[in-house]
Design a protein around this ligand. Sequence first.
Ligand code: NDP
Ligand code: ENO
Length: 442
Amino acid sequence: MASASEFAWSKDFAIGLIGMGDMGKMYARRLSQAGWRVMACDREEKYEELVQEFSDHTNIQILKNGHLVSRASSYIIYSVEAAAIGRVVAQYGPSTRLGAIVGGQTSCKDPEIKAFEEYLPSDVDIVSCHSLHGPNVDTRGQPLVLIKHRASDESFNKVEAVLSCLESKHVYLTAKEHDRITADTQAVTHAAFLSMGKAWHANQQFPWEISRYVGGIENVKINLMLRIYAQKWHVYAGLAILNPEAHKQINQFAKSTTELFYLMLEGKRDELRERVYAAKDKVFGAEGSPKWAEKPLLRDGVLDRFSLGKKPDASAPPLPNNHLSLLAMVDCWSKLGIVPYDHMICSTPLFRLWLGVTEHLFRTPGLLDECLRVGIEDNTFRRDDLQFTIAACGWAECVALRQFETWRERFAVTQKFFEPRFKGAVEVGQAMIKAVLESSKD
Ligand SMILES: NC(=O)C1=CN([C@@H]2O[C@H](COP(=O)(O)OP(=O)(O)OC[C@H]3O[C@@H](n4cnc5c(N)ncnc54)[C@H](OP(=O)(O)O)[C@@H]3O)[C@@H](O)[C@H]2O)C=CC1
Ligand SMILES: O=C(O)C(=O)Cc1ccc(O)cc1
């Protein structure tokens, strides 16, 4: 792919970034390092601070606002909160340079595209993007969605050339396809981890301090839950509430959780088994024709190293858990006719791990049966499962009612509970993701 210096148009070609938060800054650094000229802004009150921060980046010029960025740039990327995109595009869109290309980095494309269509001049091309990873993840090899919404081939090629310096894997989708797939790979995946955090919080426990929560699958649950609660609330709220496709999925996840939990409480062993095995066949393929690859997504033992807690007896296997969250996930996919492997094109590191542990549970001989046995016979996890069910329903209701403020408060109170443990835990989670991604490359 061509670089900045190979293009004649690059001399006059500046890239504009509106919104210099975590993702905007990451893009600014990566694009400028590749030789592109970047014009960037955040809110006007952050101007001085940003000028200081980027004073030694000669390729990055900080401007006071989005009008100035829009007037001076040939390709403008909006990297603001998803809920703010309408307001921000309404403000700066009309200042867009004649014939420029505009795109957005928000996690949900429906409101972004609507805003572009409504507020951008008709001579402007629209090519949106979405890096499917957080700002601290190595961009190389990660999916980068490109949406050619209203653009000439020439404009689209320019965008591809610019973003090629991220060395991500380009995925070409429409805005609608993007939202449908990310409702699964992001919104419903996050709903599961958000619910785990709420359940542990409700029971006032740091799970890694309890021996029943130490071991492979448990490490993934804990580390990813902490990773999500350590982030900004608006990223997760935006991609769930604003994505029209996500509501159905989050609602089904809550329904699946509730119905499976009822079967466990009522001791309906056969019904539970039948339902879970039917879901397994639908999602992972029937005996003899599996949908999973020959090699498991997760390599055995890779997760055990990333524990925040210590088992009293390090060599003992993890305590059996009924893994309600994982059973509910597969039930949810089954009810909605989703084959998660089809969504790997839009997978985040988090989704790959989530699918990895789910697959592990369903394909490791004996593990699923043990899970179902525990679900019926063992009360050890009942309190947590009850709170998990309540939490899943709470998130679903909040999303369905589009309650941003309630969502923020629900998130913030649990974030505060876990906050003293973020330091260290987030690094362990990061190392776990890195190790799993590297091991799955082999
Ligand atoms: N974080 C992640 O892992 C990922 C996020 N995304 C998406 O990227 C977008 C940005 O996310 P992220 O960088 O994490 O969020 P941040 O909150 O870190 O950044 C957004 C920035 O935009 C600023 N902003 C708001 N209004 C304006 C305005 N009128 N003019 C200029 N700047 C403005 C915000 O200021 P203020 O805070 O004062 O409102 C903030 O600094 C979101 O839509 C998110 O969904 C996509 C992939 C990954
Ligand atoms: O932490 C992770 O891996 C994430 O999943 C972060 C994330 C958040 C929002 C996005 O739109 C994309 C990625």
